[in-house]
Design a protein around this ligand. Structure first.
Ligand code: BDR
Ligand code: CA
Length: 321
């Protein structure tokens, strides 16, 4: 399995992505950084520690990351989507483990040096920690194998403004730094995450599990489904972060995923936080642009939900430490 650094704002779908990575035979999670997004960085770190304990992976270090974006300040998160505690008001036993004695950007830089050329980065929150890690060590792009980012909206509408997705909108300056760095990037935008949903029947499969982790995830999803019912008109939800995790480990395949140049709007106008993707090549013969390094996943070859549920249900006491 590949060594992974996970950067997250845990978050219901972040919790699913974390559990997916822990259950995946293709990933070895070496460290997790927390960033403000769905909840504050501190609350997200608490949720992450508690989930790791529930999963029997309390040995994985969790580092506190940035509370505020590069410009401005944390706006209070998304309690209407994820609950006031970030995990759908589900109560987990408080973990005994303490936070790591390093910041999240420091952890990322350390892991990149410990695993040169092989570390995979999965970023499923605002990109503040990743931008700060690039400032700490400008060689980071040469050390990291690849970075997968859940964020942005290529051709789809935004979910925070008309054009901006939450992870990018919460720190556009950081996203601009990360998306313009010279590394192999896969962007997993709303175009594909909103099109791949988890249904109530899938949630019931998780709730029928005798394992604590799938059961807790099924309970959290009850809260998430109520928010998404207002969008889809039925009990189901988008699968943003776990889909990015599955693409990062290579367990699902993209159907349409052009490698293009992506710019982030950092203006203060209505476009702030938009990911402007050079997609003219989709419908005309358009030459590759300088700086085209970002693989933008627009669709999948297969339905994602059955794979996600199967992987989460494979979580068992035997597979944990
Ligand atoms: C993204 O924003 C957060 O609310 C989710 O956890 C996901 O990472 C979706 O826009
Ligand atoms: Ca997230």
């Amino acid at each position: 399995p590949a060594p992974f650094y996970l950067d997250c704002d845990t978050g219901i779908d972040d919790a699913l992505a974390l559990a997916y990575l822990l259950a995946s035979p293709h990933a070895d999670v070496r460290g997790i950084g927390s960033v403000s997004g769905n909840v504050s960085a501190a609350v997200g770190a608490r949720n992450t520690l508690d989930l790791l304990q529930l999963a029997g992976h309390a040995h994985i270090p969790v580092a506190l990351g940035s509370h505020d974006p590069l410009a401005g300040s944390f706006q209070g998160g998304a309690p209407h989507v994820h609950g006031t505690n970030g995990i759908g008001e589900v109560s987990l036993t408080t973990a005994a483990a303490a936070l790591a004695p390093e910041t999240a950007p420091e952890m990322l830089v350390r892991l990149a040096h410990e695993h040169p050329g092989t570390l995979k980065v999965l970023a499923i929150g605002p990109l503040t920690n990743i931008a700060e890690a690039l400032r700490l060590d400008p060689e980071l792009p040469q050390l990291v194998d690849e970075i997968t980012i859940m964020g942005g909206a290529a051709l789809a509408p935004g979910n925070i403004t008309r054009v901006a997705e939450a992870n990018i909108a919460n720190d556009p300056e950081a996203a601009a730094v990360v998306l313009s760095a010279d590394w192999k990037i896969t962007l997993v935008p709303l175009d594909v995450t909103m099109a791949n949903v988890l249904e109530e029947s899938h949630r019931q499969e998780l709730l029928a599990s005798t394992e604590a982790v799938p059961l807790a995830l099924g309970e959290m999803l009850g809260y998430y489904f109520r928010f998404y019912e207002g969008i889809y008109g039925r009990a189901c939800s988008a699968m943003h972060d776990p889909l990015a995790a599955a693409l990062a480990v290579g367990a699902v395949s993209a159907a349409v995923a052009p490698v293009v140049r992506v710019e982030v709007d950092t203006s203060s106008g209505p476009g702030r936080g938009q990911t402007i993707c050079e997609l003219r090549g989709l419908y005309m013969d358009y030459p590759e642009q300088p700086g085209a390094r970002c693989r933008v996943v627009l669709s999948l070859t297969d339905d994602f939900a059955p794979h996600l549920v199967e992987t989460l249900l494979s979580f068992s006491a035997e597979s944990t430490t």
